[in-house]
Write a new protein. Sequence first.
Length: 216
Amino acid sequence: MVETVKRASASCNKPLGSYVTGPFTVLCQVLGIERVMLHLARRSERIFSILDLITDVCIEYARSLVKAGADFLIIAEPTSSLLSGDLFEVFSKPYLEVLCKEVRADVILHICGRAGHLLKNIAELKIAGISIDQNIPLEDASTELPKSMLIFGNYNPVNLLLKSPEEIKSDVLEMLEPVMHDRRVVASTGCDVPSAAPIENIKAFIQASKSILRPS
């Protein structure tokens, strides 16, 4: 991926971003979610040392991406949506803070799943923006997050695969209408766009978003 970013940076005149998986999510990928949750319930000290090690690796990788030409980084931390606010404060947030502090680039945090209960915790992070899943109303994020934080979201990506362009335009209007005057909102999908999504559907989403958030 570092080499890909390097090549893209050499031929691209647009802002270039890349992904870094967050420490808690890497922990769950390595040990398995059930095993991690058992350790959390027991407040095992071993988890902290493993998270420290993982965070160091994440920092090294993130720095390599920035050095290769990435202008901003998206930290994907989906598994933290399984945590309560209190557990997020102990097992996810501190490591995200260290990672963001050590990377000399703008950071956008992405948390899939039902993470509305974490908005107040996320609001305290020193990040450029937050990308939210489709189950968190944009209006809630607009209310709870600081004015300095961009909000990316949050159309259901499955709709880009299954719906018609006209349906998508109508959906986008409904999604963005409550926050159309919030200049922090960047219309996006709640997660990755399906690879089989028709290009006309993607274009419909982009065109509708631009017309609503940046009306002529």
